[in-house]
Design a protein around this ligand. Sequence first.
Ligand code: MSP
Length: 511
Amino acid sequence: MLLFYIDCTMKTFYVTTPIYYTNGPPHLGHAYTTIAADVIARFKKLQGYDVYFVTGTDEHGQKVEKAAKEAGKTPKQFVDELVDEFKSLWVELDIEYDKFIRTTDDYHEKAVQNVFQKVYDAGFIYKGNYEGWYCVPDETFLTDGQLVDGKCPDCGRAVQKEKEETYFFKLSSFKPQLLKLFEANKNFVEPQSRWHESYNFFKDELRDLSVTRKSVKWGIPVPFDKSHTIYVWFDALFNYLTAIGYDGKTAKTAGKYWPADVHLVGKEIAKFHAVYWPAMLMAAGLEVPKKVYAHGWWTIEGQKMSKSTGNYVEPREVIKKYGSDAFRYFLLRENTFGDDGDYSQKSFDSRYNGELADEFGNLANRTLVMLSRYCGGKIPAKPKTSKLKETVEEKVKVYEEKMEHYQFNRSLEAVWDIIKGANKLVNDTAPWKLAKEGKQSEVDAVMYELCEALRITAILLYPFMPRKTAELYTALGLEDLKAAKLKDAKWGKIKAGTQTKTGAVLFPKIV
Ligand code: MSP
């Protein structure tokens, strides 16, 4: 009889990306958040967590309705085509999500109607009239006072006047609870600057929020008044729950992954996640997420990213030329997650040729070639003393600590200290000379150290570069990097006698 054991003691970790508007194809900004979420998910798995990772598409609302009309398509036809583009890019980028949610999925629409009804029954939704401004690109309501030079304060684009019957959500009544949430947890929103920004957004004045549209037909109908559709942000935010099984009626259906450990978002949508979303959850009798992490924005070559001006990065082209791992690496290495960053070709090439080709790739290549030449390609016995062990152990700790705080560039720096240390060891000891002088035991000792440093490096870099690290792991004669855990990144675990292989260069230089 076969027995299957499910480890119920395993700690869960739930990470999400924003769900992306299907008004155009995926771009660098979408890829950035999704790659970051994938890196976090893979890292948490390395730590031994039971991880759930959700991404998807936000398909309703005025912005998508308008884009479909301009393309001469029905909204459904239009979004179906774009969803395929998102999904196929995620395949190319090795995004290992557990669930891709579409807000046009039946189960989502049903659950959103249920929860809308629930919040209405609880007395938190009432009928009224909205009069004010609306920014279609951001799908956001704005007051006179919020406009900057008559334009949207967030995206700087033109706004339109709206006057229509609507149902309001009693957002204002949640102010005391929101204040408590923010004051009790200074890390509820990170980085700190975004906590302050979100807090300042509501601490003085918090108005009720219009949560239905009469003039927008492309949306989920309000269950008790079919002449209205549900506001796209109310619909979209609940994806984080419906994706994991929440039926809109009973909190229990949210299951073991709720509350989410982290919602990754771009800085421009922090307020929706940090203020509106917790209030909606409170109204529905649900727990709030543990953290909202808002990252910064990319400019391209110092300018605002814009397809119309040609200042644009096409992810698929970068992948074609440099490979998906290099793209993933660059985005998380180039700047601090949380800050704005600039994407420049010069910097990409310098990191690719310098850090990936010359430092990491070359270390892997020359180690395996020397091992084959001087040791028959077999891992030598573990030497009694080690020159790299101490640094490696210290850097593994730094790596883990920085990863916990989503300081990806700092974790990568720690790994690069290992790589640099190993390259220095090669240069200092010159194994080819030792071999010529017949000092085989010294050659063996150095080669063992290099292989062990590479094995540990492969484990640490796996969340960032799952393809190349798996190639390296296999070349080292090891199996199944995906199943490795962070506790395997301990010095001295590589087995003597393991047969390695030399193979293709990991990162061929690109000029
Ligand atoms: N549909 C909403 C989110 C709903 S979540 C319940 C939305 N979609 S979006 O398509 O506009 O995607 C927003 C996300 O794209 C941002 O949060 C950010 O992750 C990413 N970015 C868009 N442009 C960006 C840059 N120039 N730089 C970095 N990321 C940016 O908002």
